[in-house]
Design a protein. Sequence first.
Length: 581
Amino acid sequence: MELTSQKMRKIAPELDPLRIGTGWKPEDLGKVQIIIESTAGDSHPGSGHLFKLVEAVRKGVSDAGGYGARYFCTDICDGESQGHDGINFSLASREMIANMIEIHANATPFDGGVFISSCDKGMPGNLIGMARVNIPSIMVTGGTMSAGPELLTLEQLGMYSAKFERGEIDEAKLTWAKHNACPSCGACSFIGTASTMQIMAEAMGLTLPGSALLPATSPDLVDYAYNAGKRIVELAREGTKPSDIVTMDSLENAIMVHAAISGSTNCLLHLPAIAHEYGLTITGDTFDRLHRGAHYLLDLRPAGKWPAEFFYYAGGVPAIMEEIRGVLHLDAKTITGKTLGENLDDLKAGGFYERCQKWLDEANRKYSISITKEDIIRPYDKAIGTKGSIAVLKGNLAPEGAVIKHTACPPEMYKAVLNARPFDSEEECLDAVLHHKVKKGDAVFIRYEGPKGSGMPEMFYTSEAISSDAELGRAIALITDGRFSGASTGPVIGHCSPEAMAGGPIALVEEGDMIELDVFARKLDIVGVKGERKTPEEIDAILAERRKNWKPHAKKYSRGVLRLFSDLAASPMKGAYLEYE
């Protein structure tokens, strides 16, 4: 089989001299040519350390007889973008990263690619880009940061900030938390979107087995990167593409792992968008179906107790998969050339879990604790829960669906009838929450924050202000057409679809409407007006009358990337990818 790169050299005589001018040696031109695409940059801890992984991959490529060319499309940090309009660019950046990968890899064709990223939009952006390019590919994930003193992790900072605003802690304590929450490079040390998507990449068979979400400071991570470089040269010669690996079976495997880890709700935006690039359809209903009856096993923050640093020490994705082995498609293909089941067997026989145990022993000494693997990843028959971790709610308020992570929600809020308090921006709602203008029994709405509204930012500060309030955190619900950080906890419901900007029912909610929430019945409905219950038919008539008087809001952005995104973004429940028809 003639390599794509060599075909292109015959067609484009400029290729050779231009690459020699870049630093290639003449003898490199005939080698297997690999694009090494990463989000490396100084933007945040999740990308600041990726240069060393790029170089490790490049050495692996070279040692296997190939040549690696470094390309970069740095991602932004959701954490640094919180609290201002910067967060509006977050979801749109996923599409732009995928676009640049598509441009990089197609403008100058390569025989294979290694894609290196860690964080919230870099991970799905690279996975989407990988799908579009569809050349032999491997994902290398950048791992997780260490925990700070007192096992402090970044998602706790919202709690510290809200407590400071309420006068419950002084500025010195808040400053201590700020200065110690990110002690190293890597993705934030909890099962947020970054960690979830690293895990999803391995669960789909696109990384080397056992490599997802290692501590970013671990020498093992560099070894995995080097081995990925060696493997991609083989993979390029074999011609196996991501489309040969990503199937409905591998996507279902990923969703079952998502249930077991209580993964971020943002995964319901990213997996459907990734599947869409392969011509496959994953919806909120797919997640809901597979989560029903699924065993939730991972006791890591934000829903659990321990930092994400401990995930690898307990055996990582392979250990999760061993526990749920009976519900997985074990014959799914992976980038190793073997099936998922064969990979799991090889790890067990090769001493993988013994190596992880040594790291756990080291962590116990470092943090002066004494925990076992089973404290981190519960055995299947001793699950934390057996109803999955998310639910997709539907009703006259969310005909296309809305998402709640019920494992991070107080049980008191699983079923409730609440009083509607709608706000047309997060800023208004946050002010009301912090200054006790909302009360127990309220359903607080933040609308016009969907993809077509303001880019679908996270409602992180508002959700933290609610969940950190001892009274409100167990007595009100937050409902939005925006989304939530993977760090969010509490009675928060996002992705409400259709969104307000598209004229969804959430735009028609008025003060004093009665909202019925029933998590396990999967219901989210308007059931009354100003304290008086109505029949479904009466509610339909009321909403139809309100719609006559509803006028769309003016677009928030008139130019640039957010105008493009708001014009083309699909519904939140479809994945908010760019829809051209």
